[in-house]
Design a protein around this ligand. Sequence first.
Ligand SMILES: [Cu+2]
Length: 754
Amino acid sequence: MASTKFQLCLLLLQLLAHGNLLDARKAARSASAATPATIEAAAEPFWLDPEELSEESIDLVDWRQHPCRRECRDNEPAMECRYTFHIEHYYAMSKACYDCPYNATDCSRPHCIPADGVNRPLVVVNRQMPGPSIEVCQGDRVIVDAVNMMHADSTTLHWHGQHLRTNPYMDGTPFVSQCPILPGASFRYDFVAETAGSHFWHSHVGFQRGDGMFGPMIVRKQPKRDQLRNLYDHDEHHLIISDWDHELGLDKFLAHYHGMGDNKPPNLLVNGLGRFTKLADEKHNRTALMPTATFRVKQGSRHRFRIMNAEFLNCPIELSIDNHTLWVVSSDGRDLEPVEARSLVTYAGERFDVIVEMDQAVANYWIRFRGLLDCGPTFTKAYQVAVLRYEGAPEDEDPEAEVDYDLPAKEAGLLQINSLNKGTEAEEIMSVPQLDALDKNGIANDPLIEPDYKFYISYDFYAKDNSEFHRKNLYGFHQVAHKRQKVGTPQLNHISMKMPTFPLMSQTEQIDSSGFCNSSTVEGCETDYCKCSHVLQVKLGSVVELILVDEGVPYDANHPFHLHGHDFRVLAMERLASNVTVEQVKRHDAEGRIKRKFDRAPIKDTVTVPDGGYTVIRFHADNPGYWLFHCHIEFHSEVGMALVFKIGEHEDFAPVPTNFPRCGDYRSNGLTTTTTTTTTTTTTPRTKTSKRPVKIDNVEDNEIGYHAENEVRKSIATWLPLILSEIRAYNSSGTIATTWSVFGLIMSLSWSLS
Ligand SMILES: [Cu+2]
């Protein structure tokens, strides 16, 4: 007993000395827990109920064997599906990879994340990338324990495509639906998988999605509800695509926004795998290529492939399969009248399901992924392949066809779907509004219903002195020496979103809605930099039309937009010119030249807008809450290319779960009276007269000195009696331990004083 107390005391000292909570916690676990059931590192992945797992074995579970990943049946009761997600910083091509890729089987060892063979830091779940695949039937209850094991970063999990109608607090949007999960803390996500289809989960914090924190989420339908059931024989394959860098997203972001670094991903991965360059081991005189994703199919059968674009930069992907056509049958979880295509373009956040008929000779065929825009011909030419392997085809051979970026798919007479920067005006392609929904027409695409709200949302990259990365008179946009240092500010209606410091949805009582802004409440934002909490408020049950306008001035960039909590009908999409103004689009609309397609307009939750053009979407605002609407490119949304819809009134919101975590600003009203003034509660709209608080000589330095001194006093007062009692307890036999106690005390004091 005394020994445990002593160990605890030492741990707390360690904590004081180093401030390292995780080490302390880890040590506490080993000190207190009985020997846990451990599994050899080289063990095969296995399945066990998460409730029965030890800490160490969670990362070895093969989640594909989860009982919820089953064939869905009519009239079957819903299941409860539990998962444990350990979120960690980790490393590609770590020591767990042994001799990968020279010994190919080593690449699939537990905890080996091969990626494209290049070492780099990661943020992953359960030491896997992609993370565990959540595969359930529509109506199942999903319970995910997210345990943040990172040393210093917070996180959340967003269930991209789920609307969370019964439990909106599970949306995983930091400062909109919840507080970020702090290092060491856990959060239990608990919701019903209501929205069927191919979705994915991902971190909604910083650049963690780009660093590897994503995974598939597939909600299959019961046969009676599945309108596509007669069109395919097999439904076991998914392709989750990521754009891939060789450094942390944050490093790339900082280099791009503050230095001369680019924002272009050099590579792509499919299901976490891909090639970059041929690797050479000179010592043993051998070379090898990294493994690629391989999909096994049967000749003569029809396979459904679920494609999820989890990318984080501006890298649309053109996908094609050699010698095969794609039947596009679904997007963002909503079914479509099947369309035959030679290739398909997807944007960050989008999902498409295709059915492929295996009508070719038994062989291996390439599935090709060509990067466009920032991954395109003028930049990195990012390119990846995967293998379609017919049963009976050679196991360890590549397909014969050449692999090269400049070999786009060509099949005479067939279309490309969702082409880059093209809309209904383009003849040789099929744009999204030209697809037909299989679902019935609804309130959001009824030509007889006038929308209750019509918002024009325009955007571009603006040459502004954004105080985050272009300080006026110091290194202003027009002041910096190099063209590559001029970074445009992506904004919606000339406003950068300022996130609140507490979640809007769960801490409504703290909201001062006079702090909300939108284009009607601010002025001068076309030229000056404006940042505030951009909120568009609509009545519950209303029909909302958004006309998204990409002004298209600096370059042919392209932004995919995602709406949380709802899906929408895509009524129109058109490119007008290489650039366009909102006024021109308004005029175009007033003259009746925006042709809205109502009948069977496709339903999506993520959509692109042609550069120099517009996309018109409509949604039925029937899910009360605060919901984020944002560009799905993380380098854009993280600097404010986002806004929030407030749908309904606070009293319409679902009750906040009991003991739901809270967060927000804190300002002492006690001893420290010299704190500086900053914005309060939500945010303040920009006003031309606002001034920075005046700084009095060295007030901040004095404060720091005061705090440090206080900390020392507190340390001594708290720990001295404990340590003295330990010294007394160990007076006779604890010589070594006593030395450590005194050493710990000295360390903590010297740390406090330093
Ligand atoms: Cu964007």
